[in-house]
Design a protein around this ligand. Structure first.
Ligand code: SF4
Length: 324
């Protein structure tokens, strides 16, 4: 077996089996450049030189009823993260306009918490309309919504539903005790059933194994998720994971490359934790790792990188922002 053979197998649309996947996972670090080269080649086959740029706004923050061990917004942890109800549609539109001026086409409205009431649903609909007015693609990360609620928001202009599965079903109970993994899977299925662009991925570096990473990738593939955000842990003081070591850049790059081999034609977007793991100086490696999307600007409760410098690096890599 060789990487060249696995690369050909992927391009021919053939399934990678257990032994193939294990071969990639067990590659030594000195073969990482070769792995990245093939992952990038797969990405170029499906996405050419385009790169999807997205940005988010933390539209409703903190006091979440859930206890996800990595999250600054859980009401179970003592993190001093900001707490506020849903902000106004005008504030959201202003932030979207700013992101648009940097070439961002997808704008995500993110609300902490698991369930929303009618008041929030109305507020989301107004915000979605305001973002759509700009000619952008409004995405929403509102917690678990059902098909009916999503269809209502679709009428307001919603394009994408975001709901991360975070990790594998096997590891999830060690990360969250307040709800079942199946609820999150059901939410993803609802987004797909509602006909929305579904964005669902995970967070890496929370103590999960390579088995967990593979399990998540295969489930996302089976569910038919179109876009996969890849987040890396940024340990937040006051959370149970505050002292966890962050992933090395090599391990993080290997996660991205593995996901490209397993999900060759899906959008892989590098999101939270990018600066924590890579700093501001190694973007070129990420842009050639198999990923075809980048979240720019700030994250939910942590600072992101400098947008101008991200755009500069994207231009230098010969990439152009995708339309959606
Ligand atoms: S990840 Fe989402 S559901 Fe979990 S604690 Fe944070 S805001 Fe709540």
């Amino acid at each position: 077996m060789s990487l060249k053979e696995l690369h050909r197998k992927v391009l021919e649309g053939r399934t990678l089996y257990d032994a193939d996947i294990r071969y990639i996972v067990h590659l030594p670090d000195d073969r990482l450049p070769e792995l990245l080269q093939y992952a990038h080649a797969i990405r170029m086959t499906h996405f050419n030189t385009t790169i999807g740029l997205c940005a988010i706004i933390n539209a409703k923050s903190g006091t979440c009823s859930e206890d996800c061990s990595f999250c600054a917004q859980s009401g179970h942890h003592n993190t001093h993260s900001p707490e506020y109800p849903l902000i106004s549609a005008d504030e959201i539109q202003t932030a979207a306009r700013r992101a648009q001026s940097h070439g961002v086409t997808r704008f995500g409205i993110v609300a902490s918490g698991k369930l929303v009431g009618d008041k929030d649903l109305h507020g989301f609909a107004q915000s979605i309309q305001k973002v759509a007015e700009l000619g952008m693609h409004p995405d929403l990360s509102p917690g678990t919504l059902d098909v009916g609620q999503l269809k209502t928001l679709e009428k307001a202009g919603l394009k994408g539903y975001h709901h991360n599965l975070e990790t594998s079903a096997s590891f999830f109970p060690r990360m969250c005790s307040t709800h079942a993994y199946e609820e999150d899977v059901a939410a993803v299925r609802s987004g797909i059933e509602a006909g929305l662009y579904v964005c669902s991925g995970g967070i890496f570096g929370i103590g999960e194994s390579w088995e967990d990473r593979i399990e998540l990738a295969l489930l996302l593939r089976e569910l038919g998720v179109q876009s996969i955000p890849i987040n890396f842990l940024h340990p937040i003081p006051g959370t149970p994971l505050e002292n966890r070591e962050v992933l090395t850049p090599a391990e993080a790059l290997k996660v991205v490359a593995l996901y490209r081999f397993l999900l060759p034609d899906r959008a892989l977007r590098i999101c939270g934790g990018r600066v924590t793991v890579f700093g501001n100086t190694r973007k070129h490696e990420l842009l050639a790792s198999g990923a075809n999307g980048l979240m720019v600007g700030d994250y939910l409760t942590t600072k992101g990188g400098c947008v101008a410098s991200d755009l500069d690096e994207i231009n230098k890599a010969g990439l152009t922002p995708a339309a959606g």
